[in-house]
Ligand binder design. Structure first.
Ligand SMILES: NC(=O)c1ccc[n+]([C@@H]2O[C@H](COP(=O)([O-])OP(=O)(O)OC[C@H]3O[C@@H](n4cnc5c(N)ncnc54)[C@H](O)[C@@H]3O)[C@@H](O)[C@H]2O)c1
Length: 287
């Protein structure tokens, strides 16, 4: 018993941080949940690659991490551009002196519409962003994960309650966020046995970011062919309604820092025996 207790105590002793020396790519880390994850990872000793389509925001996050004593680089670009994914992996491996330990597939947005009005473009764009891009990134990074150097390797894919329970008005996003959970499990089964790679999904509920802010705030993203997609939820609806949190046992939305903390939890050695899972981070909603 005493021996076991001391083993656990030893295991919890990480003087240089939970992710000391590990190299992490976090997509969509120019703001929101990804930016918070980047800061938390850096605080735990990781060297972080800030990947985002918004170059100015990515640069600002990397600079603030470096200023506060952490280590980060910004590699900005569009996840929908296959060439960018190659550049991202190449630069991350250079930054990591030939090694990449963690990928967090987090970049994304919603482009909602009811089924009978959803366009092919809306459909294809959301599947490309939330499924095809993460797959291509993981495939590109395969040489850095299919290794037996004794170091930890982990992939964390960001899903949503929409992918687990479905959501009206989000057929495209629901399919994509469900699909990413299948990808997670395939990676866990394919790269777990020989290489010890862990892969997990996190399905977020209502987290306070640009994605769930009022649509009237005017935030938007631009598709590769220049179409502007308005972000957020119309006032009075869904997460923007006055009853939004009544079915959440904790009766509130989560913060980006709380969401990011669950990413750190899964990346850390405290989760070393957790793989192939879809972790619900929802304040208890839909339990
Ligand atoms: N906020 C929520 O309630 C919630 C709930 C469930 C799931 N999620 C998921 O969490 C993830 C992060 O979202 P968030 O809430 O932090 O939103 P956010 O809008 O604050 O951040 C998303 C980031 O992704 C970047 N991005 C978007 N498209 C990109 C592209 N094509 N290439 C590169 N970068 C791109 C954006 O520039 C932005 O910095 C997303 O996958 C989202 O679907 C969020």
């Amino acid at each position: 018993m005493a021996e076991r207790a001391s083993q656990i105590a030893g295991h919890l002793n990480y003087p240089k941080g939970l992710l000391a020396g590990q190299v992490a790519i976090i997509t969509g880390s120019g703001q929101g949940i990804g930016a918070e994850a980047a800061r938390l990872f850096a605080n735990e000793g990781a060297r972080v690659v800030i990947s985002d389509i918004d170059a100015a925001k990515a640069k600002a996050v990397a600079e603030s991490i470096n200023k506060s004593g952490g280590s980060a680089i910004a590699v900005s670009g569009d996840m929908l551009n296959a060439e960018y994914l190659k550049t991202l992996v190449k630069k991350a491996a250079e930054f990591g002196n030939g090694k990449i330990n963690i990928i967090v597939n987090n970049a994304g947005y919603t482009w909602d519409g009811v089924i009978h009005k959803m366009t092919d473009k809306q459909w294809d764009n959301i599947i490309a962003l939330h499924n095809t891009a993460p797959f291509k990134l993981v495939r590109e990074a395969a040489p850095y994960f299919r290794v037996t150097d004794g170091e930890p390797r982990s992939i964390i894919n960001i899903s949503s309650t929409s992918g687990v329970h479905g959501n009206a008005g989000q057929a495209n996003y629901s399919l994509a966020k469900s699909g990413i959970n299948g990808l997670t499990k395939a990676i866990a089964k394919e790269w777990g046995p020989k290489f010890g790679v862990r892969a997990n999904s996190i399905a977020f509920g209502h987290i306070l970011t640009r994605l769930t802010a009022a649509k009237e705030d005017g935030a938007f993203v631009t598709t590769p062919d220049g179409e502007k997609i308005a972000l957020g939820i119309p006032k009075g609806q869904g997460a923007q309604s006055k009853d939004a949190n009544l079915d959440i046992p904790l009766r509130r939305a989560g913060t980006a820092t709380e969401a990011a903390s669950s990413i750190l939890m899964l990346a850390s050695p405290l989760s070393s025996y957790i793989t192939g899972q879809v972790i619900m981070v929802t304040g208890g909603r839909n339990m």
